[in-house]
Design a protein around this ligand. Structure first.
Ligand code: PRP
Ligand code: URA
Length: 209
């Protein structure tokens, strides 16, 4: 599983445990999602391209690396992926943000697109797709399909909790995508919810239901 990175840092594991707790309220849940996304981005963005700039230190002038301009796009899958965006922007405030609107049909569990707006041009950018939950993998597969149709090439997918079923599906459909996972859970239940999971991520972030 060369393209799968399980980011099992103790800080992330601790925060995921807080997320799982059904007694964790909306404000804390939202903050935790953002913090975990920031910690995961630290690892996922290890290969961001750099460029040298000239800087005058108090001692002398030197060439020193900075993140190459306008190279990152964060693309949340609506709604729940939105919760991860600010955590990544805290590290790379100049990143562009695209949006892909998908919802899962409650019966078939297949994704349906209702919105897609990506930064243009997208070809040269590192693209980080965010969604806290990788369940059947249908939403992630469809989102990466859309991005590739628009010309995206260097695509990473970041989720907080994955089910083995979704991970296998995304890997099979898009073997070129680097996948970053906070925790790999046990399985899906008959409603395609992740077990033990954390419930419905969108509802818990936005306080709906
Ligand atoms: C949830 C979640 C993912 C998707 C994962 O979204 O945020 O996008 O389900 O499931 P999958 O891997 O089986 O496709 P949902 O469709 O509930 O929409 P929401 O974020 O608007 O609540
Ligand atoms: N979407 C969620 O928000 N949670 C799950 O467990 C599965 C899909």
């Amino acid at each position: 599983m060369e393209n799968v990175h399980i980011i099992d840092h103790p800080l992330i594991q601790h925060k995921i445990s807080m997320l799982r707790d059904k007694h964790t309220g909306t404000a804390e849940f939202r903050a935790l999602i953002e913090e975990i996304a920031m910690l995961m981005a630290y690892e996922a963005l290890r290969d961001l391209p750099l460029e040298e700039i000239e800087v005058e230190t108090p001692i002398e002038t030197c060439m020193t690396p900075v993140i190459a301009g306008k190279k990152l796009a964060v693309v949340p899958i609506l709604r729940a992926g939105l919760g991860m965006v600010n955590g990544i922007l805290a590290l790379v405030p100049t990143a562009k943000v695209g949006h892909i609107g998908l919802y899962r049909d409650e019966t078939t569990h297949e994704p349906h697109e209702y919105y897609c707006k990506l930064p243009s041009p997208i070809e040269q950018r590192t693209i980080v797709v965010t969604d806290p939950m990788l369940a059947t993998g249908g939403s992630a597969e469809a989102a990466v399909d859309f991005i590739k149709q628009h010309g995206g090439k260097n695509i990473k997918f970041m989720c907080i909790i994955a089910a083995p079923e979704g991970l296998a599906r995304l890997q099979k459909a898009h073997p070129d995508v680097q996948i970053y996972v906070g925790h790999l859970d046990r399985c899906l239940n008959s409603d395609a919810y992740i077990c033990p999971g954390l419930g419905d991520a969108g509802d818990r972030i936005f306080g709906t239901k």
